[in-house]
Design a protein around this ligand. Structure first.
Ligand SMILES: Nc1ncnc2c1ncn2[C@@H]1O[C@H](COP(=O)(O)OP(=O)(O)OP(=O)(O)O)[C@@H](O)[C@H]1O
Length: 233
């Protein structure tokens, strides 16, 4: 459903992604791994249209995204949860969630939050009128993911969603991701530092190094020592 080939992109004159080959199938979870600063965030921003593609192809649902703006990509079914969550601290949980509706065409927007959102993240229902800024880090991350899910995307991009989150919430988020990938046939790209987190919920992994994908494979029966060689600092 998403296929990236010979991708080059970066910041002004500096090419960060040199020759990226990457892809994900419908309903699968892909873990995108790599050391600090290798270009993982840059890649998801390119997929969302926040950084232009200099060369290469990005094909989503059979159509080239190369010239599409972020809002068009959102309408096409791509949702993005950036590193650091970026929820609105002064707005309530409900108001933050309703902003997620903006990705939908006007005719499909509603003032009611779909009940399935609260089934996945019950704490958001309990605290619906609390300000985003008053939530714990784990609650804010659940809110950020829920806001992205409101538009029922086909492809969800998550940049380090487990960072700084307590283990019980990490487990909850992983369980929700596995569930929605399966039940809604949603494809999920998970940027992660942590190999264990990827192996416990992803179907497939990719390792990015110096702007190229150096390894990828199925998450079952991996040789972890070999993967750590690409991830150790
Ligand atoms: N706005 C920017 N302008 C110029 N260079 C940037 C910018 N943002 C990131 N970079 C550089 O691009 C490279 C890749 O950064 P990126 O954030 O994509 O890496 P990453 O793999 O996501 O790292 P981390 O795991 O630390 O989040 C780094 O060398 C970084 O310094």
């Amino acid at each position: 459903m998403l296929h990236v080939s010979e991708l080059q992109a970066g910041y002004n004159e500096t090419m960060i992604l040199r020759n990226v080959e990457f892809g994900i199938q419908k309903g699968k979870i892909v873990g995108l791994l790599g050391r600090n600063g290798v270009g993982k965030t840059t890649l998801v921003k390119v997929l969302m249209g926040l950084i232009p593609t200099v060369n290469g192809q990005v094909v989503f649902d059979g159509k080239s995204l190369k010239k599409e703006k972020p809002e068009h990509r959102a309408r096409a079914g791509i949702a993005y949860v950036p590193q650091g969550r970026e929820i609105f601290s002064d707005l309530t949980i409900k108001e933050n969630l309703l902003i997620g509706m903006e990705a939908l065409p006007k005719s499909q927007r509603s003032k009611t939050i779909p009940e399935e959102i609260f089934q996945w993240f019950p704490v958001l229902k309990e605290m619906i009128d609390r300000r985003g800024g008053d939530l714990s880090g784990g609650q804010q991350q659940q809110l950020a993911i829920a806001r992205a899910l409101i538009s029922n995307p086909k492809l969800l991009l998550l940049d380090e969603p487990m960072e700084g989150i307590q283990p019980s919430i990490v487990q909850l988020i992983q369980d929700v991701l596995v569930k929605i990938a399966k039940e809604k046939e949603m494809s999920i790209i998970l940027v992660e530092h942590n190999l264990d987190a990827v192996l416990s919920c992803a179907d497939h992994y990719y390792i990015l190094d110096r702007g190229c994908m150096v390894k990828n494979g199925n998450c079952e029966n991996v040789n972890e020592d070999e993967l750590y060689k690409h991830l150790a600092v």
